[in-house]
Design a protein around this ligand. Structure first.
Ligand code: IMP
Length: 192
């Protein structure tokens, strides 16, 4: 079985991707290759951060690998928080802190449009490939649901009447930004 590293320690993401790719690849996590580094993410785009992580693993550990970077872009906030989604309300903030900040900033604002976006950078056999997944929706005015993570409770995808946090993992994983990007990479790997 071919081996490839997914540059993440997020078990939720690992499970999702292993489920999809396990027939072709053994997906190794950072822990599996004994990488406990705090990999820098200092770029100002999802693409830049995803590539930074993938390059780190390839150069320091010598594995073909892929890495992802995601976030939410809110139109009325000039596409903030974007690459700063994890720490929008400050260093060491919680998901609730971030959601409260967004809800406060959007108080009385009519345009609620937001886009979740993921970019995957794949380093394979000396070449670099990118796969992007987006899902558009609206920021609602209050929390709905208690599943998922991050901005899930305040985001309702277009065409749905429930937030990501009201959907089962299986349902969310059929339509999410990450699922779309992973699907694109899966199709690419399948054609190789
Ligand atoms: P990461 O780059 O995938 O770790 O995502 C960075 C941040 O974006 C996370 O800490 C979350 O705040 C937010 N985010 C990314 N994907 C999702 C999602 O599927 N639901 C909710 N929030 C997300």
């Amino acid at each position: 079985m071919k081996k490839i590293v997914f540059a993440t320690n997020n078990d939720h993401k690992l499970e999702e991707v292993r489920d999809k790719l396990s027939s072709q690849y053994e997906i190794l996590s950072l822990k599996d290759i004994n990488c406990h580094d705090d990999i820098p993410e200092t770029a100002n785009t999802f693409t830049g951060n995803a590539e930074q992580k993938a390059v780190w693993v390839l150069e320091k550990y010598g594995y073909d690998c892929f890495a992802d970077d995601s976030g939410i872009e809110i139109e009325a906030l000039d596409n903030r928080p974007g690459v700063f989604s994890a720490r929008y309300a400050g260093e060491n903030c919680s998901f609730d802190d971030n959601n409260n900040k967004v809800l406060q900033e959007l108080e009385g604002v009519e345009n609620r449009k937001a886009t979740f976006s993921t970019t995957i950078c794949l380093k394979l056999k000396g070449k670099t490939h990118f796969f992007v997944g987006d899902i558009v929706g609206d920021i609602i005015s209050d929390y709905q649901g208690d599943k998922g993570f991050g901005y899930d409770p305040i985001f309702v995808p277009k065409g749905y009447d429930r937030s990501f946090a009201q959907m089962s993992l299986e349902e969310k994983n059929k339509i999410s930004h990450r699922a779309i990007a992973v699907e694109k990479m899966w199709n690419f790997l399948n054609k190789m």
